[in-house]
Ligand binder design. Structure first.
Ligand code: GLA
Ligand code: CA
Length: 698
């Protein structure tokens, strides 16, 4: 009798349960509006023409000590001869504090260390904006945060302008004419072609920040027309998004006159020797940027002095930069925050909300050395499911069973319903800083549309109901749901999900703890796999995770126009969390196929802004309705900079189109005379000859 009754009872229970379940699932809604707060500053929105132009001015100026010690003594040509025919001119009206004065130092602090100066062959200089200040790129994106959405386009830079052929397959770029490297050697299309042919296209070289031929489109070619003109040919018509990719960090050519003789194609060097040919001790490395490294003391400091050949000026003809020196203290990233608050450093990107309240309090004190301005909410964290079921990352039986669940919309919904985003955000920082983030495009993205955003509100009951529907119930009474009996290999065992994340950053570990506790409450056993550095990156890249909790690394969900292709699995390796399996194929879910179509259509619709807006509405709907990623929180970060600096653009985000160090336009920052400090380590000196024994010269 009992044998017959049991299954019957089970069936009865199940049907009652699913009846209840349906009634219990809270319907989705739109996400609540984010809180506003007064510490958040907003940009003065403008067009590219309001920011800069290229033109010859009647007269040019430079610091007095430079004229006196270098030009009058015949060590350097006059400033007008060091500048290009038509330098890049910053418009005064776009500079909040106007035309500046020369002098003083910007003191950065970084956690990284320089490997050497061969940026184009993959060496890092220690991050924190040091490379951004040294290497100039064809176009520029950092300052785009202040462009009117309808006027959004990359800023011209080394490429002063560009024109499309009628069919949209050819793009001709005019380079700045007559500009020179910081050692006085002319810059030309040779530098650009050496970077492209012998670094980007050479499979043995991986430039810093990973430029590859695909970054500029499959099948794309580049050639030089003359010294100052280059021509791109693209497979598709009008792929304007590649112009964004020609900015930092993927198209910043190095000095071919130093690099070429060391490249294996033109020397007996190995690729390793080429990469390492210019160690950090090599001083006065020629740059197109505003400052040149003149001193290096390991684990202590890098000092950079003004580039006497810098090719940008203000409207009054003053050669930039205004700041004569930049220092990079070699310390830790945590110290960067502390030193900026204490006034022993001048700059930080404050981005861990755990410290916001304290930092705001400090900056409100009248004697505080630094100002703190929050920008838009440009940082977001997402919990990403591994959506591959055909072998990416070689899952074992348990992991494969998790992958199958991940591919089930009810399971992804069950996960999203148990995330209490409000309390997650408040656990990082009390106050208005964080906002509920359902996933997908950020609220501060120019393409965000609230009505197209599907938000599954916090509802543990809905989650339990969905889990039960999937047969995921706690059959052994230990508080965690078990796999259904019939699941191959793991039937009846507790469902265990391993979440991979970063162990070094406090916000990442705080969110990991919070998410695991919330999943636990809903009966889902989640185990953290917290890793760091290269181990973390290689684990993620290899697909060896069930879920991963991460700060959205790229800016595609924010700016959309950058890294657009990675908004969906458009290629075998473009998505972070769904790549091709062992047979090289992508097992896309139907909604993912639709997202891929939308993203491809977006890339090719640069001539139709209205269509782009509609496409992104559809994208957002698909993303959020299908819980493509489980959004956790999105929040504002603050740019902290010494109060003595003028011309800090209002609303500068610490990350958006690029890092704050680029967006703030350091070459235009200045310190009014009465506020200038005595921080220069090499006053009245300039970079000397490039080489191992070089230093600054007076
Ligand atoms: C590091 C820092 C960021 C920013 C970048 C600039 O990644 O953590 O805040 O300064 O360098 O490249
Ligand atoms: Ca159990």
């Amino acid at each position: 009798m009992s044998r017959r009754l049991q299954p019957l009872a089970a069936v009865l229970m199940l049907s009652t349960f699913s009846g209840v379940a349906r009634a219990d699932i809270v319907p989705p809604t739109v996400p609540p509006d984010p809180p506003k707060f007064s510490a958040q500053s907003t940009p003065n929105f403008v067009t590219v023409d309001d920011i800069l132009t290229f033109e010859a001015l009647p007269a040019y100026h430079e610091p007095e000590w430079l004229t006196k010690n270098f030009v009058s003594t015949g060590k350097l040509p006059p400033v007008k001869d060091r500048l290009p025919k038509e330098p890049l001119v910053y418009k005064k009206a776009n500079m909040v504090d106007g035309i500046g004065v020369y002098g003083d130092v910007l003191r950065h602090v970084i956690g990284g260390r320089p490997e050497g100066w061969n940026y184009q062959a993959g060496q890092a200089q220690g991050w924190g904006g040091i490379d951004i200040g040294m290497f100039e790129c064809l176009t520029r994106t950092g300052p785009l945060f202040q462009l009117k959405p309808e006027a959004l386009e990359p800023l011209p830079n080394l490429a002063r302008d560009w024109t499309w052929s009628e069919d949209g397959h050819r793009l001709t770029m005019r380079l700045i004419e007559g500009a020179k490297w910081s050692d006085g050697v002319p810059f030309s299309s040779d530098d650009v072609m050496f970077y492209w042919n012998d670094n980007v296209l050479d499979p043995n070289v991986t430039p810093t920040n990973g430029a590859s031929p695909e970054t500029f489109g499959v099948g794309t070619t580049l050639k030089a027309i003359d010294d100052n003109t280059i021509e791109w040919t693209f497979r598709d018509a009008f792929p304007k998004s590649f112009i964004y990719a020609m900015a930092y960090g993927t198209f910043c050519p190095g000095p071919a006159h130093l690099l070429k003789p060391q490249h294996p194609k033109y020397s007996k060097n190995t690729y390793d020797q080429y990469r390492n040919a210019f160690p950090p001790e090599f001083m006065n490395w020629p740059v197109m940027g505003a400052w040149v490294p003149v001193e290096y003391r390991p684990d202590d400091i890098i000092v950079l002095r003004r580039n006497p050949y810098y090719w940008k000026v203000d409207e009054a003809g003053n050669q930039l930069p205004y700041l004569d020196e930049v220092q990079y203290k070699l310390s830790t990233w945590a110290n960067r925050d502390m030193m900026a608050a204490a006034g022993t450093g001048d700059y930080t990107n404050l981005e861990q909300p755990e410290g916001y309240v304290e930092a705001l309090k400090r900056s409100a004190e009248p004697d505080a050395p630094a100002r703190l301005a929050f920008g838009p909410r440009t940082i977001a964290y997402t919990l990403y499911p591994n959506l591959s079921a055909n072998g990416w990352g070689e899952p074992d039986v348990r992991a494969q069973a998790v992958r199958e669940l991940n591919r089930n919309i009810d399971f992804r919904k069950a996960i999203t319903y148990v995330i209490d985003r409000k309390s997650l955000g408040e656990s990082l920082a009390k106050g208005p800083f964080t906002a509920i983030y359902p996933g997908g495009l950020y609220k501060d993205s120019p393409y965000y549309d609230k009505a197209s955003t599907v938000y599954y509100p916090f509802s543990p009951e809905s989650s339990s109901a969905l889990l039960a529907k999937l047969g995921l119930v706690d059959t052994d009474g230990d508080g965690f749901v078990n796999f259904p009996k019939e699941t191959p290999g793991v039937g009846g065992q507790n469902l265990k999900i391993i979440i991979t994340g970063d162990s070094q950053i406090v916000t990442d570990t705080d969110l990991m703890q919070g998410v695991i506790a919330q999943l636990q409450k809903a009966g889902i056993e989640a185990i953290p796999n917290s890793l760091q550095g290269a181990t973390l990156t290689s684990t993620e890249q290899a697909g060896k995770f069930d879920w991963m909790l991460m700060r959205n690394v790229g800016s595609e969900l924010l700016t959309v126009v950058q890294n657009t292709a990675s908004l969906a699995p458009t290629g075998p390796r473009t998505s972070l969390f769904h790549r091709a399996g062992t047979d090289g194929s992508l097992d896309l879910l139907p909604y993912e196929e639709k997202m891929v179509d939308i993203v491809n259509a977006f890339i090719l619709s640069s001539k139709d802004p209205a269509k782009r807006v509609e496409l992104m509405k559809d994208y957002q709907k698909l993303y959020t309705e299908n819980v493509n990623g489980v959004g956790l929180t999105e929040y504002a970060a603050a740019l902290v900079i010494g109060k003595r600096f003028a011309n800090v653009p209002p609303g500068t985000p610490n990350f958006m189109y690029n890092w704050g160090e680029d967006s703030v336009m350091r070459e235009r920052l200045y310190v009014p005379k009465d506020k200038q400090k005595d921080y220069e380590l090499h006053p009245a000196s300039l970079p000397g000859k490039p080489g191992m024994s070089g230093g600054p010269v007076q």
